[in-house]
Design a protein around this ligand. Structure first.
Ligand code: ADP
Ligand code: MG
Length: 452
């Protein structure tokens, strides 16, 4: 039975740099497979973690496609060296020699530092109907003690002000109690810190840092730890320790807790225990107000007509809205011209047409599904039958081309697949397009539909 594991592994080996294969894949031993359970053995906790976070999802994905079922993995860890202090290592080390592992341990662990952007305060935040609840809740958690909304979970699409609000909370708390110990970091940083700490035997420090020496935890982009079992497990305990002590926790994610795939149920319930505040794309008036506020702060003379023009052209992302303003100001100052409506039209032509032409992944999914008479859920599924797999690969290709989203983002949108799955689908289609005329015309036809 372990042969299915070995062949999945050897398929992966062609995609992984040889030294990484030696370091992180070869040391993992598949002991046996029983039903849907795979028993693996890792030489130490570090290899296990790294393997789990980086490679296991790909292999499970492959196995799911090959065998059409979901596998669960049970790990045994051999080396209980004192450097490793995690409580979850297995208690029975076998006297077998583990392969020598050159650990890529950077000199010092990335201890999270509190770096709050001085520009992200409540003063510079424009509140409006689209973000009212999140704004009010962020204000509330900055002043109410003991916490009333714990955790506060802020969710919404990219560039809508989640990070801005989290920093604003940090500033506000520090402004009236400067000794409050605040940790601000991203889910990704949390994971890296965790892995580093395990690998360097510094878990006691890690736990002290996040559980005892922390009064307020601001954890941004928590969706990152979806799929990362060990990190989720550690975060679960961090969360409980802080929550039990009535310390404020603020989390952000690009979607609601109920919509984050591959997150442990017990974490999902905890995320929803306090208050979930959704941020929607801002209304026109809010977009204008954001531009005016920014212009004022940066000393940019911005006529109302120009503000209206930009605000009407860029709708869904505040970061892009600000980007357009900065670009305009830079051009005006470089060319010594006044910011007028004509000047804005001329300067922002490219930026604006790109922003409005850009499609969303959902639009691509819908159009491709309609074209092939499938359901969107088919495209997001794991089904490998050609009638589904081919349209899915085409949808991935089109989404990559027309939305400008990253591979990880695309993977998430396609039913939480690993980014390399999307990458290899896109490459396959690119390759086929060179010779396959009927594929080319299908894709053209779908693109025409997308443009409508
Ligand atoms: P997210 O974390 O949701 O992706 P950010 O908080 O990084 O978004 O916001 C992107 C940019 O837009 C930042 O420069 C931020 O200051 C600005 N921004 C977003 N929403 C607002 C708002 N309501 N008022 C003022 N600036 C905003
Ligand atoms: Mg952010």
């Amino acid at each position: 039975m372990t042969s299915i594991w070995n062949s999945a592994l050897s398929r992966l080996s062609s995609k992984v740099a040889p030294q990484n294969y030696e370091l992180w894949l070869r040391p993992i031993e598949c002991k046996r497979i029983e039903g849907d359970r795979i028993f693996l053995r890792a030489p130490n906790q570090y290899v296990k973690l790294w393997f789990e976070s980086n490679y296991l999802p790909i292999i499970l994905d492959e196995l799911r496609q090959e065998e059409e079922k979901d596998f669960r993995v049970e790990f045994e860890v051999l080396d209980l060296s004192p450097r490793v202090s995690s409580a979850s290592v297995s208690p029975a080390p076998e006297p077998q020699e583990a392969p020598p592992i050159e650990q890529e341990t950077p000199a010092k662990p990335p201890v999270p530092a509190l770096k709050l952007n001085p520009k992200y305060t409540f003063n510079t935040f424009v509140a409006g109907p689209s973000n009212q609840l999140a704004h009010a809740a962020a204000r509330a958690v900055s002043s109410i003690k003991p916490p009333k909304y714990n955790p506060l979970f802020i969710c919404g699409g990219a560039g809508l002000g989640k990070t801005h609000l989290m920093h604003a909370i940090g500033h506000a708390i520090l402004s009236h109690s400067s000794t409050t110990r605040i940790l601000y970091l991203s889910g990704e940083r949390f994971m890296n810190d965790f892995i580093q700490s395990v690998s360097t035997g510094r878990m006691p420090e890690f736990r002290r840092r996040y559980r005892e020496d922390c009064d307020v935890l601001l954890l941004d982009d928590i969706q990152f730890i979806a799929n990362k079992d060990s990190t989720q497990e550690e975060f679960f305990h961090t969360f409980n320790a802080l929550h039990d002590e009535q310390r404020q926790i603020v989390l952000s994610a690009d979607r609601k807790p109920s919509e984050i795939p591959d997150i442990a149920e017990r974490l999902r319930t905890r995320f929803s225990m306090g208050l979930t505040a959704d941020i929607e794309p801002p209304e026109l008036e809010v977009r204008i107000a954001i531009l005016q506020k920014k212009a004022l702060a940066e000393n940019i003379p911005l006529p109302d007509a120009v503000a209206l023009f930009i605000a009407e052209s860029i709708k869904s992302n505040v970061r892009e809205l600000e980007g357009a303003l900065i670009r305009l100001a830079a051009f005006a100052s470089l060319t010594r011209r006044e910011i007028t409506l004509d000047f804005a039209r001329e300067t922002l032509e490219g930026v604006i047409s790109r922003a409005s032409e850009r499609l969303t992944i959902e639009q691509v999914l819908k159009t491709v599904a309609d074209y092939y008479h499938l359901r969107i859920t088919d495209l997001k599924s794991e089904r490998r039958h050609k009638s589904v797999a081919r349209p899915r690969a085409i949808a991935m290709h089109l989404a990559r081309k027309h939305t400008g989203e990253s591979f990880p983002e695309l993977g998430r949108a396609f039913g939480n697949k690993h980014h390399t799955t999307v990458l290899s689908a896109c490459e396959k289609i690119d390759e086929k397009l060179k010779s396959d005329l009927s594929l080319r015309s299908e894709i053209h036809a779908i693109e025409n539909l997308l443009r409508r």
